[in-house]
Design a protein around this ligand. Structure first.
Ligand SMILES: Nc1nc2c(ncn2[C@@H]2O[C@H](COP(=O)(O)OP(=O)(O)O)[C@@H](O)[C@H]2O)c(=O)[nH]1
Ligand SMILES: [Mg+2]
Length: 298
């Protein structure tokens, strides 16, 4: 039987200075899915994102032939985007994204891709907080994870328990249309983008180990970096939720002022501020409607 008869699964490993761990991740994927071949046709893509160590060399020596190299560090979001684009161009049936630091267990990939192969989901995210966490996460990290998962749940209407997971799988249907606007990180924007495109989104419990080498990219700047992206995705998907109240508020303020001035004995438009408020409000409403048309026609 030729490999082409199997579902084509492309596993993307974005990496930045992970020479100490990436070989272990690659080897486990090869042992599990390439050597034993669990009925998939598996290929690995490593996106070496401007590493200053030997990440690319180690990946190559581990047998990965597809290594995308960024000359300078562009960020996990950018690396994930290029990996997913390449997977689509290569004709993947399923694309999986896994971290290079061996905090995930490649064993979980199997579970993640099943719902996609069975056509039950387009996006499957591995949640670390449904029993799979294998160490005590620092308090501030744990609180941050809870907060952003809550926020993404509220904004999408989905029940998301882990909006920062690094292990996920996507169907060809989503790969064709996905959009990521931020280079910094990946998961929140992928959940929000997929939801706005009416993809079938699922969470599955996965294990998550403590990082044994290297350094996390997450710092105190994290909320400042991710909030604008989350807000932008929200109004991309729901422009009227922002523009409508804003427009109505301005018009209401203009009308209230007009009535006040009229009661004081002058004409309704006795003050230029009223016209500015009312016209500005109407314009904002029209912008909202335009954004809504553009958004829903995509
Ligand atoms: N491509 C790319 N990958 C990165 C960058 N920073 C981190 N990573 C990778 O993204 C994955 C997750 O990053 P990590 O710092 O461990 O995040 P954490 O697990 O949430 O602490 C790891 O595989 C990193 O090598 C980056 O700037 N570019
Ligand atoms: Mg990590």
């Amino acid at each position: 039987m030729t490999l082409e008869k199997y579902p084509y699964v492309i596993i993307i490993i974005p990496a930045h200075n992970e020479e100490a761990s990436i070989a272990t991740v690659i080897k486990k994927i090869q042992d599990n899915y390439v050597v034993q071949n669990k009925n998939y046709w598996v290929e690995i893509i490593v996106v070496d994102d401007g590493s200053s160590d030997n990440t690319a060399k180690v990946a190559k020596e581990s047998g990965v032939s597809r290594i995308i190299s960024h000359i300078k560090n562009r960020g996990l979001g950018a690396a994930t985007r290029i990996g997913l684009q390449r997977a689509y161009e290569m004709g993947a049936d399923v694309a999986v994204k896994i971290d290079a630091d061996f905090q995930h267990d490649p064993d979980d990939i199997d579970k993640l891709i099943q719902p996609i192969l069975e056509d039950k989901a387009d996006c499957v995210f591995g949640s670390r907080f449904n029993g799979g966490l294998k160490y005590t996460m620092p308090f501030y990290r744990s609180m941050g994870n809870r907060f952003f998962s809550y926020l993404v749940s509220k904004l999408t209407g989905l029940k998301v328990t882990d909006a920062q997971t690094g292990l996920m799988a996507f169907s060809k249907r989503y790969l064709k249309d996905f959009e990521m606007i931020s280079d910094y990180n990946e998961t929140q924007q992928l959940i929000m983008d997929a939801n706005s495109k009416h993809m079938r989104i699922m969470e599955i419990p996965v294990v998550f180990y403590k990082r044994k080498s290297g350094k996390s990219f997450i710092s105190w700047r994290y909320p400042i970096k991710v909030m604008p992206t989350i807000i932008r995705f929200f109004y991309y998907a729901n422009p009227l939720k922002i523009f409508l109240p804003l427009g109505v508020l301005l018009i209401a303020a203009g009308v209230t002022l007009g009535i006040k001035i009229m009661l004081a004995g002058e004409g309704f438009f006795g003050d230029a501020t009223i016209s500015i408020l009312v016209i500005g409000g109407i314009q904002i409403l029209l912008f909202g409607m335009l954004a809504d048309i553009i958004g829903t026609k995509r």
